[in-house]
Design a binder for this molecule. Structure first.
Ligand SMILES: *[C@@H]1O[C@H](CO)[C@@H](O)[C@H](O)[C@H]1NC(C)=O
Ligand SMILES: *[C@@H]1O[C@H](CO)[C@@H](O)[C@H](O)[C@H]1NC(C)=O
Length: 355
C-alpha cells in the first residue's frame, strides 16, 4: 500500500514537472471520490467498503490520473514531502472560519512514542498525521507532534506522560489559546467542522454543556452530582466528554491561563499517580471533578459525541455522520481496531481543492 502511494505521489511530481493536463479517472476509481469546488468537502460513499488498506481519497483525487506503469522509480523522501506540502498549501486556510478562536490560536496535539500496540492498526501514526495535518491546514490551526518518550518515567504509568506533553504544547506555542489533546487512535471524520463553531465560541459552548446530566464515577455509577446548567462559560478552561465510565480524557481541550497551568501541575501530582487508579490519569480527573466543586466550575462536560464519538455505540456515544471525531477507544477488546479503523478511514470526509 505504501508502495502504491509512493508511486502515485511520484506520479503527481512527474505530472507537475511535465505540465501534463489531467486525463479522466477510470470509472472504478471515481466512485470513491467527489469532485468539489474550491474549499468544499464531501463524504465518501457511506455504504461503500473500500479495500483493506484504502489509499487516502484526497491522494487519489490529486494523483489517480496516472497509471503506475508510467513510472520509472521510487520517489525520494524529499519528493514525497514536496507533494505533501503542496497539497497542504493548496488547502491552507481555505475553511475561512469566522468565529473565534480560530487559526493559530488553536493547537491540535498528537503525543506518542510511535510504539505501543495501538490495536495493531496499520500505519497508525503516518495515517493520523496525514489526517490531522490536513485538518489543521484547512483551518490554519497549528498541528503539534510531541514524542512522548522524554516524558515517560519508570515511576509512573506511561499514560501520565500526557500531562507534561500538554504543558510542553503550551510552551512550544506561546500564542496558542487552546490546546486540543486527541489520542492517537482517533480519526477526524468531518474536517469541515471548526472548533469554534463546534464548542469553543462562548455562545456555542453554552448550548453544548451536558446540562442536568448525572456526573458518573469511573465504575459507571452515578456520583450524585449533575452537570450544572448555570455555567459561566468564560470560566470554562477544560472541555471533556463523558461516557458510561465517567469522563473520557482521550479528547480534551485546555484554555491557556494561570488556572489551567496550575490545574495541569496538580493533575499529575504523585499522590494521584501513585494511587494507581484503574484508568490512571482519566480516573484522577474524574476524582478531581467529583470532589472539588471550585475546580468543577472550570471544567465543561459535554456529550461524548461533541468531541469524542466512539467507533461503536448507541446514539449517546457512537459516531454518527457529521460528528467531528471517531475515537477507537476499547476496540482492542475484540481485536477489531484495524478492521474498524480501515472502515472509518474509507468513509471520512475529505478536503479537496479543484485545480
Ligand atoms: C471569507 O470570509 C469573509 C468574511 O465572511 C468573506 O468576505 C470572504 O469572501 C470569504 N472568502 C472566501 C474565499 O470564501
Ligand atoms: C520517539 O523517540 C524515541 C527515543 O528517541 C524513538 O525510539 C522513537 O522512534 C521516537 N518516535 C517517533 C514517532 O518519533
Amino acid at each position: 500500500m505504501i508502495l502504491v502511494r509512493k508511486l502515485q505521489i511520484l506520479a503527481l511530481i512527474a505530472l507537475t514537472v511535465a505540465g501534463l493536463t489531467f486525463i479522466s479517472l477510470p470509472q472504478q476509481r471515481q466512485q470513491n471520490r467527489v469532485v468539489l469546488p474550491l474549499g468544499e468537502v464531501a463524504y465518501g460513499a457511506q455504504e461503500q467498503r473500500g479495500p483493506a488498506h484504502p489509499i487516502p481519497t484526497h491522494i487519489i483525487g490529486a494523483l489517480g490520473q496516472v497509471s503506475n506503469e508510467a513510472l520509472a522509480g521510487q520517489p525520494t523522501q524529499r519528493e514525497l514531502k514536496a507533494a505533501k506540502d503542496m497539497h497542504l498549501s493548496k488547502i491552507r486556510g481555505k475553511a475561512n472560519d469566522s468565529l473565534e478562536p480560530k487559526g493559530g490560536k488553536i493547537v491540535l496535539l498528537t503525543a506518542t512514542d510511535g510504539k505501543g500496540h495501538n490495536g495493531a492498526i496499520t500505519n497508525l501514526l503516518e495515517t493520523v498525521e496525514e489526517n490531522r495535518e490536513e485538518y489543521c491546514a484547512y483551518h490554519d490551526y497549528k498541528y503539534q507532534f510531541i514524542n512522548i518518550t522524554k516524558h515517560v518515567s519508570p515511576s509512573r504509568h506511561p499514560v501520565w506522560a500526557k500531562v507534561p506533553a500538554i504543558q510542553e504544547a503550551f510552551e512550544l506555542n506561546p500564542t496558542a489559546e487552546w490546546v486540543w489533546w486527541l489520542d492517537t487512535d482517533a480519526i477526524i471524520m468531518t474536517p469541515e467542522i471548526d472548533l469554534a463553531s463546534l464548542v469553543l465560541d462562548p455562545e456555542v459552548m453554552k448550548t453544548k454543556i451536558a446540562c442536568d446530566r448525572p456526573i458518573k464515577l469511573p465504575n459507571g455509577k452515578p456520583s450524585g452530582l449533575t452537570v450544572s446548567c448555570d455555567v459561566d462559560v468564560n470560566m470554562v478552561d477544560v472541555i471533556v466528554g463523558q461516557d458510561h465510565n465517567g469522563v473520557n480524557a482521550g479528547s480534551i481541550l485546555f484554555r491557556r491561563n494561570e488556572w489551567t497551568m496550575a490545574f495541569l501541575d496538580m493533575w499529575a501530582d504523585p499522590m494521584y499517580v501513585n494511587r494507581r487508579f484503574e484508568r490512571q490519569e482519566q480516573d484522577a480527573l474524574n476524582h478531581i471533578i467529583v470532589n472539588h466543586p471550585k475546580i468543577r466550575e472550570h471544567i465543561a462536560i459535554v456529550p461524548q459525541r461533541v468531541i469524542n464519538a466512539y467507533s461503536v455505540g448507541g446514539d449517546e456515544m457512537g459516531w454518527r455522520t457529521g460528528d467531528l471525531v471517531v475515537h477507537f477507544a476499547g476496540c482492542w477488546v475484540n481485536n477489531e481496531c484495524d478492521k474498524r479503523w480501515q472502515d472509518f478511514w474509507s468513509r471520512r470526509q475529505v478536503i479537496e481543492v479543484q485545480d
